[in-house]
Design a protein around this ligand. Sequence first.
Ligand code: ADP
Length: 367
Amino acid sequence: MAVSTDDVVRALAAVQLDGRALPETGRLSAILSEGGRVSFSLAIEPSEAARLEPVRQAAEQAVKALPGVTAAFVSLTADRPPAKPAPAAPRQPGAPPRAQAIPGVRHVFAVASGKGGVGKSTLACNLALALKARGLKVGLMDADIYGPSAPRLFGLGGKKPRVISGRILEPLDGYGVQVMSIGFLVEEETAMIWRGPMVISAITQMLREVAWSELDVLVVDMPPGTGDAQLTMAQTVPLAGAVIVSTPQDLALIDARRGIAMFRKVEVPILGVVENMASFSCPNCGHVSHIFGHGGARAEAEKAGVPFLGEVPLDMAIRATSDEGRPVVATDPDGPHARAYLAIADRVWERVTGGAATRAAPRIVIE
Ligand code: ADP
């Protein structure tokens, strides 16, 4: 049975906030109702979080009690970040992140780009698989709300995560990587219309209400761009650092520079820059050409004083395997493309762990 937003608003009228019915407080975001799953957020000031938690719970209960509702997700979102603390010394790679840690996850890093279409998601997917191939336990969180591609890249299109208990979801398995994406939860068009606070709340849920199982590392595929949502995310997610992807064109590099500046602003270390679609080897004659120019990302990295992590060629096999949900590192692990991704992953891991060994630390078992 379809649940209308009017039904939800009527149910919420029974929840009081400061002596008024919740829908009259002006704090409700747009309500999303899809297949019995209802989600919305309440706008709050950062200082109100503890006081309004019971209201959030009451709202969730009221909606859950409606006939036809199978799950209700209500979150508190602060449009403005909390007052800025006094400026701290820039954080070095390997230093502990400032945002709250995620249970079950040791390290988190982001793959980001100044603009869309440069191959960020393809890199995030193959880096996750390369780290897995190195013996690490790896997760991938697809935070690219406006264009989630992890379901396609990992061959998990149409699959839904299992609810373990309450609001906690089980990540899906993609070639041994634990994967969570907004693409598993809502139709693509639904997320397209979300405003900033809803995006942040969806990302927070995907980070903290997923049963990540003892991950050495969680790779976050960031939404492209350098707007407010990205800034807030960079502050919310406990990032060890960020990998910036760029193609060699000047325009992409200008965007990459913006990306570097954004992470610096929120004191997230830049792990380095990757040049994607760097060279093209003709499948017929073997001639190598540089369709978009070459070396721009390396030069940009040098200029910005950040490491250059490596380059990935433009190749039909990378495009085709990505689109088929058979990522190249998983399906051709000894091929030249997998080797390029593995080399980059090793450099990233070294930076994430602050130069420690590239293997997972031994797990201590207390008998
Ligand atoms: P973004 O996440 O930056 O929007 P995607 O990873 O979705 O970019 O890549 C955009 C398109 O480019 C996809 O069709 C993908 O298969 C293709 N692509 C990405 N990297 C390469 C590459 N190195 N060679 C060939 N095609 C690539």
